[in-house]
Design a protein around this ligand. Structure first.
Ligand code: AMP
Length: 427
């Protein structure tokens, strides 16, 4: 096959019908679960003023390197816009703009854009589902949010999932820890990887995330956040742990888990699929961001939430050999040997009654139409030939079972279909 003139841009891909059904079931499963936990959907713009995302922290990689930025064409009020690299910032912007009643419990789903180096499980356009609770400090919210994500993975059948949990303390704790960490890392700067030497200057916490071997050795003796937590931080974290234990949700305390974004305070967490390659095994993550809404110009307001990567969740399902139900098979394929107008009518009647129906076009031969009928995955073919037409009947042929067929009158197609489908799936 010769290469077509255009390909999907680097780091993006087309999800074709065979796969799209699986996507929809995963997205629907999340929507249903989140609504059942009392979260309402927010559909926000795919692009925002770049400033919305800059509030996430200039030292955050998605802000400093990975945003797709463009200019508004309005010359009178030139505005720099960015395709959203994540949705928490948009939710906080929406909260600050609309000031809904708190706790504001919301969920979302949709594509995100990051200018990353594409590789397996890492794309420039990828889909996240997520949930946020705005305006509530109670650690029971942390527990609810984490349990929503956990129960979601469970509901789609994923088993090899680990929950990593940490606390970063409040902003004062974080600042004190950052300071101490920086002076420790400076004392061993020559042993660090070149990348971490740079990161250390701007954002010492992020060095804790490094998986590079020489960094790991230095990090082994690094100070830990635990030593810096104040009483309130400790009590909050204890409550979160107790809550998760009471729900039998297992977790691993991971003191080096800082996560990519600068804005987290207190609880942070990540979900790992143990079935995926370590570089791309994070299938979700989140945390508390009690200062972010103020940064957006809103009142001081707490927040906690998560985002889960749907592309990776589907890869994790594949790794666990999980069958995700895709599109519902068609019930009927209409084969019309009399020109096609009967197929048009029968298909319309049955579709109006709720049956999944397809038909062929172009007046093809019986053999060609039956081939398409077979490929369609439909359970039954309804065949209209000259003889059927004369008697005002159709032939109903079983395509998935024994290939048996019966003649039924034109007016009782629906009844016959209902009876045979019922016989196929006895309650
Ligand atoms: P983050 O917003 O970075 O915390 O990401 C949350 C989740 O989104 C991650 O755990 C991944 O599952 C997914 N994710 C982040 N970046 C990408 C990407 N470039 N390609 C695919 N999935 C991603």
């Amino acid at each position: 096959m010769s290469k077509s003139l255009f390909q999907a841009p680097r780091g993006t891909r087309d999800i074709l019908p065979e796969e799209a059904g699986k996507w929809r079931s995963v997205l629907d499963a999340f929507a249903d679960l989140a609504e059942g936990y009392g979260y309402g959907q927010v559909i926000s713009p795919i692009f925002e003023d770049v400033g919305v995302f800059q509030r996430l922290g200039e030292n955050t990689e998605i802000v400093s390197k990975e945003m797709f930025i463009f200019h508004d064409k309005d010359l009178k009020s030139p505005q720099e816009l960015a395709l959203r690299p994540e949705l928490t910032a948009s939710i906080c912007r929406a909260y600050a703009q609309h000031r809904p009643v708190t706790p504001w419990k919301v969920w979302y789903s949709g594509p995100q854009f990051r200018y990353e180096k594409p590789q397996a499980g890492r794309f420039r356009q990828f889909v996240q589902v997520g949930a946020e609770v705005i305006g509530e400090e109670d650690p029971a919210t942390d527990v609810e949010v984490i349990s929503l994500a956990w129960r979601f993975y469970e509901s789609i059948g994923l088993k090899d999932v680990a929950l990593l949990l940490n606390t970063l303390g409040d902003p004062a704790t974080r600042t004190a820890f950052n300071h101490e960490l920086k002076s420790y890392l400076s004392s061993r700067i020559n042993e660090l990887s070149p990348q971490s030497q740079i990161t250390m200057e701007k954002n010492p916490l992020r060095v804790l995330d490094s998986k590079r071997e020489n960094d790991l050795e230095v990090l082994g003796d690094a100070p830990t956040i635990e030593e810096f937590l104040n009483q309130a931080d400790k009590e909050h974290f204890d409550s979160v742990r107790d809550g998760l234990n009471s729900l039998n949700i297992p977790f691993e305390i991971t003191p080096r888990l800082v996560r990519g974004l600068d804005y987290y305070t207190r609880t942070t967490f990540e979900f790992i699929s143990t079935g995926l390659q370590t570089a791309q095994n994070a299938i979700g993550g989140g945390g508390r961001y009690d200062g972010l809404i103020e940064e957006m110009g809103g009142p001081p307001t707490q927040g906690i939430g998560f985002a889960l990567g749907v592309d990776r969740i589907l890869l994790a399902c594949e790794a666990e050999k999980l069958e995700i139900e895709g599109t519902k098979p068609l019930e009927v394929f209409v084969v019309d040997m009399t020109g096609g107008s009967h197929a048009t009518q029968i298909a319309d009647e049955l579709r109006k009654s709720g049956f999944g129906v397809d038909r062929s076009f172009g007046g093809r031969s019986m053999k060609a139409q039956m081939k398409v009928a077979d490929r369609s995955g439909a359970l039954y073919a309804i065949i209209v030939g000259d003889d059927e037409l004369e008697k005002n009947e159709v032939t109903l042929r079983d395509l998935r079972g024994d290939g048996s067929q019966v003649r039924v009158s034109r007016s009782s197609i629906e009844k016959a279909l209902n009876e045979t489908i019922e016989g196929r799936n006895p309650q």
